[in-house]
Design a protein around this ligand. Sequence first.
Ligand code: HEM
Length: 194
Amino acid sequence: MTPDSTLPLSLQLKQQTAHKHEQMHRLMERAEPFSSRAQYARFVAAQYVFQRDVEALFALREIQTAIPDLETRGRVSAARNDLRDLDFVIPEMPLAEHITMPAALGWLYVSEGSTLGAAFLLKEVKKKLALSESFGARNLAAYPEGRAIVWQRFTRYLDEARLDEQGKAAEVIAGAHAAFNRFDNLLRHFFQLA
Ligand code: HEM
């Protein structure tokens, strides 16, 4: 589908990545991350490596300008602590290759959006694996201000970033696709799925 440049960027992103999100659901179903703590730890490993990629982007000055509340975002240390709780070796993998603005905003979109879906995942790990926001499932916890508020502020920043020219919005969308692909590859790697 061609992006509709009359829509706010956050909605273009939602529309243009809906199929990637759907694919992610199918992959998660295959991975069965809630069948045991050992399986779930593989998901956290993917989350850790992905969040490391995302937090590396916080150093970009243009990202700091576009998203001025970065200090409230990011889940690397939560994921690292969860891996320790779960006795899983902290993975050492190279960072995703050089990512620049405006594609970097697409990576942040995927990371921040995944905190919304994480509400569902948190419920599952609590029920099935007896983990919590303070042991093993810190990476799925809501931000202290609440998921919806922090998400709405993020989409407002995105929509105010003045990237409405077609070329720039397309680069952000390409960044979001790359981020979904990265998470997809990491899940396949840690769960040894083809
Ligand atoms: C099986 C696992 C997942 C489930 C069940 C799930 C579920 C959901 C749900 C219900 C929402 C909408 C929440 C709301 O509007 O309040 C959402 C949003 C989102 N999720 Fe997921 N999600 C999953 C995995 C992921 C992963 C792994 C990623 C990225 C790596 C991701 C990226 C996103 C994004 C970007 C949004 C925001 C869409 C938008 O409104 O623009 N999700 N997810």
